[in-house]
Design a protein around this ligand. Sequence first.
Ligand code: DGP
Length: 210
Amino acid sequence: MARGKLILIEGLDRTGKSTQSEKILSALGDEAVLLKFPDRTTRIGELINQYLTDSNFELPAQSIHLLFSANRWELNSEIHSLLEAGKHVILDRYVYSGVAYSAAKEIPGMDISWCFNPDKGLLKPDLTLFFSNQDSSSLQDREGFGEERYEKIEFQKRVRHTFSNVFDHISDPNRAIVDVSDRSIEEVFRYIEPLFRTVINKDLEGFTYF
Ligand code: DGP
C-alpha cells in the first residue's frame, strides 16, 4: 500500500492555519487525519497549556522548549503508523514553530542550532506551507489577541524575523510560502489546494527525517 503524505501548515499567529488545516481535512475526508501542535491533551501538553495561559506559571525557557519538543516526539510513532497505514497526516504547526518561538526569545546559548537539536530525527513533511502576512501590527485588533503568553506585538515581530532565519538553517525544497494578506479564506484555499493535491498524488517511498 502507498504510504500517506505528511502535510504541514506552519506560520505566524493568526494567519488562518487552523481554518485551512480543517479545510484540507474536509477536502480529503477519511483519507486524512489532522493533528495540532502543541497537543494540549497529553500530560506534557497540559503543562504546555498551563505555561501558555497562566502568566504566573514560570519555567526556564530551556525547559519549556524541551517540553514542546517532547510533545512532538510523543506523537511521532502514531504519525509514523498512520502514514504507513496509508492515511495522510495534516499537521497544524510542528518543528519550525518549535525552533522559531524559542529562538526569538534571544536567550544566550539558545540559538537556532540549539533549539533545533531536540527535534532532529522527527519525520520531515512531504509538503510544508508557511502562512505569512505583511506585518504583525494588525494583530492587536484581533479578538482574543493578548490572552496567551506569546501574544505580544514586539515578540511576534521577532518571531516573524526568526522564522526566516530558521528557513535558512533548515533547508527543504518541499516548502512554500503562502502570503495570506488580503486574501479571503476561499482564496487561500484555492491557492493551496493544487499544492497539496500534487503531493498527495505522488508515489513516494520511505520517509525523510529532520
Ligand atoms: P497555537 O495553539 O497554535 O495558538 O500555539 C500556541 C502558542 O505557542 C503560539 O503562540 C505559538 C506557540 N508555539 C507553538 N509551538 C511551539 C513550540 O514548539 N515552541 C514554542 N516555544 N512555542 C510554540
